[in-house]
Design a protein around this ligand. Structure first.
Ligand code: NAD
Length: 290
């Protein structure tokens, strides 16, 4: 397939490399990053999009996505697919889908989970929103870049699934870390805490697969000095997106709101930037009540 790939950063570069390695004809564009192996360089975003059957974007935020979309949609062929894999606000995803639809271009929002490791290994999970026809065209590419792709519904449904999932993840991480810190103060051994909770009703992916306590449970960023993994500032980004969406949809999300505030102070005032999001545990360890 002839593919345009715009945004070749930490995630986009390995995704584009995997597509090229699978035999696809990939033309890339990025304002800073170098071209990954096997990817031909275009001199502009529109240049990467011209003549492509599918254009994939992997960009930092909704404002940049909107500006790239304004440039590339007019350059795209009718019936081509614009597949945005960035994590952005639901409104930007829907605005870009409307713009694409007006030009006869099929749009998908398809954010991912799995992080840089999943992008490199080709084991991402894609959650997609948009028409069936677009999903069917891009599915073979999702199968190269990932191990699972769920078609969640119409425009914006992929972003909705992503931010709801990550709101649960952020809240659960905080609850798990504060419980470990409480257990410490109650004199409970962390390994015993893990042995009980991981097989009791407090279990979760955070506790069982990504335990925030070093030396306990499976290997996780906690065992690597809390180097990410999934950085605290990326969790903050996703929690802010969940709160932006909750505001627009008039949804009451008190736990998500508190999680966003805690990650905000962790990242902006308490040295959490550049740490894994599970470094909430050493944060709670140092604190006292009140
Ligand atoms: P990144 O900052 O490494 O990459 C973004 C790239 O976009 C950069 O190379 C930048 O130069 C490029 N870019 C910016 N403006 C551009 C423009 N106008 N035209 C062309 N290129 C432009 O970020 P990343 O970690 O690769 O994340 C990309 C997206 O994936 C984000 O939306 C992020 O939330 C999401 N995401 C990241 C992870 C992760 O673990 N890193 C996991 C899941 C989802």
């Amino acid at each position: 397939m002839k593919i345009g790939f715009i945004g070749l950063g930490n995630m986009g570069a390995p995704m584009a490399r995997n597509l090229a390695a699978a035999g696809h004809d990939v033309t890339g564009f990025d304002v800073h990053a170098p071209m990954p192996e096997g990817v031909r360089a275009a001199t502009s975003a529109a240049g990467a999009a011209e003549g492509a059957e599918v254009v994939i974007t992997m960009l930092p935020n909704g404002a940049i996505l909107r500006s790239v979309a304004a440039e590339i949609v007019p350059a795209m062929a009718r019936g081509a697919v614009f597949c945005d894999c960035s994590t952005v606000d639901v409104e930007s995803a829907r605005a870009v889908a409307d713009q694409a639809g007006g030009a006869g271009v099929l749009a998908l929002d398809a954010p991912v989970s799995g992080g840089v490791g999943g992008a490199a290994a080709g084991t991402l999970t894609f959650m997609a929103g948009g028409p069936d026809e677009a999903f069917a065209i891009v599915k073979p590419l999702f199968d190269v870049m990932g191990q699972k792709a769920v078609h969640c519904g119409g425009a914006g449904a992929g972003q909705a699934a992503k931010i709801c999932n990550n709101m649960i993840l952020g809240v659960t991480m905080i609850a798990t870390c504060e419980a470990f810190a409480l257990a410490d103060k109650l004199g409970l051994d962390r390994q015993k805490m893990f042995d009980v909770v991981s097989t009791s009703s407090g279990y979760s992916w955070v506790m069982n697969a990504y335990c925030p306590a070093p030396g306990v449970g499976p290997k996780s960023p906690a065992d690597n000095g809390y180097r990410p993994g999934f950085a605290a500032e990326l969790m903050l980004k996703d929690l802010r997106l969940s709160q932006q969406a909750a505001g627009a949809a008039d949804a009451d999300t008190p736990m998500g709101e508190l999680a966003a505030r805690l990650y905000e102070s962790f990242v902006e005032q308490e040295g959490g930037r550049g740490m894994d999001f599970s470094a909430m545990l050493p944060r709670f360890e140092k604190r006292r009540r009140g």
